[in-house]
Write a protein that binds this ligand. Sequence first.
Ligand code: UD1
Ligand code: CA
Length: 470
Amino acid sequence: MRLGIVIMAAGKGTRLKSKRAKVLHEIGGRPLVKHVIAAAAQVVPPNDILVIVGHQAEAVQAAVRDTGVRFALQQEQRGTGHAIQAAEQGTRDYEELIVLSGDVPLLRPETIVALRDFHLQEQAAMTILTAEPANPFGYGRVLRTPPGALEVAAIVEQKALQPEHQGLREINSGIYAFHRAALFSHIGQLNADNMHRELYLTDMARILHDAGERVMAIKAAEPEEVLGANTIAEMMRLDRELRLATAHRLMAAGVIILQPETVMIDAGVEVGPDTVIEPFTQLLGETRIGSDCRIRSYSVIENSTVGDQVFILQSCVIAESQIDKGARIGPLAHLRPGCHIGEDSHIGNFVEAKKTRLGKGSKANHLTYLGDAEIGSGVNIGAGTITCNYDGVAKYKTLIGDGVFIGSDSALVAPIVIGEGAYIGAGSTITKDVPADALAVARGRQVIKEGWAKNRRAQREAMKAGAGKQ
Ligand code: UD1
Ligand code: CA
């Protein structure tokens, strides 16, 4: 049996009131359609997944191209039935089809497999994945006649519900299995005789049933899994569910997450055991965190790799960077893209770094900007040091050798090389390379005028006394 999976992702998402196509909106840090593709790819190879694109087709294709799926174009969006008509050519090689909705993102691969197996076992022409959520409003309802019958007679859309349908609680999830030949030999019977003047895929239930085909339904174990996202509020509910599930996945793997309902962890994040994540932390994108770390509150870490035993203090912002074992960052540090912070090194408060490598055991503890710098090991960067990497036109590099000591409030005007073991006197503005083991001091010489302040005070007192006599 050859099985293909079709994902409907061509719709606009009018109810979102957003410029962006619905399936590109994100939950858990990933576009809706990517979640659906990920689940489908657990069941069939990506080459057997056909994504139907239409509204903002290029953007949708660009967002998921890396998954290796195939695409079909639904030029105009005239409903879910019309979308499946656009998949006829692209699915010729398959006997059975699973149809997924690009806006039902929490579906698990196990449930797709259960749908497939039930559908094959029942030798159905169409099998509908259904659920009984607490609030069925907005969903199509599954009509079995007589009530309780095994076979399905029709799906009735919310807006077409008649008084006698009010008791129907079983909803259509928008996920189906079809015997392909039965689907396409009857799909021409769809018509747009409904509120939206669209071709509804849901009408295939009635059409196939009336043609004497077997239309079945299987209930999802967890109604949450088949919730759709038609409005921003619904989408944020799914986002919350997914993030909570991610936090629980990590806790099950030994991560200690304090007040897990407050953290924001994207679906792709991995964390090692015994790492402690404090409330209100955000771990985003493809972030990897080692074991035995502590991430204090309000830190936001995105697409970064953090080794074991790293301590990240409060309110750090870290993006696209690497932090090695035993390092200590923050509080209030900002690592912009391209930083590599070496083993056991320190980045302290109000330190900003960009495209900078800090070697093993080096320290920049206070109030510093490090941009485009290559810094060796065992280096001490004094408070208030600035790498002046930009002359208004281009960016230049600062190279600092092992064991260098940079005195506080120094400006290092790049391009510049500070040789190994050199010392820079505090308050220096360094514009020329400093040889290894040298001392460079570049600041105004100190002048002492003995008694100057005392004399000035005396002069002022005398002037005041003179003024008082008048
Ligand atoms: C659909 C079902 C409804 C079900 C619900 C479950 C129909 C008519 N109704 O309603 O019974 O309870 O899903 O979530 O199918 N799409 C296209 N091309 C189109 C129109 C839609 O590709 O021309 C895609 C959308 O991008 C979306 C999916 O199909 O991913 C579902 O469309 P949507 O408009 O959200 O259907 P619902 O109104 O939710
Ligand atoms: Ca929907």
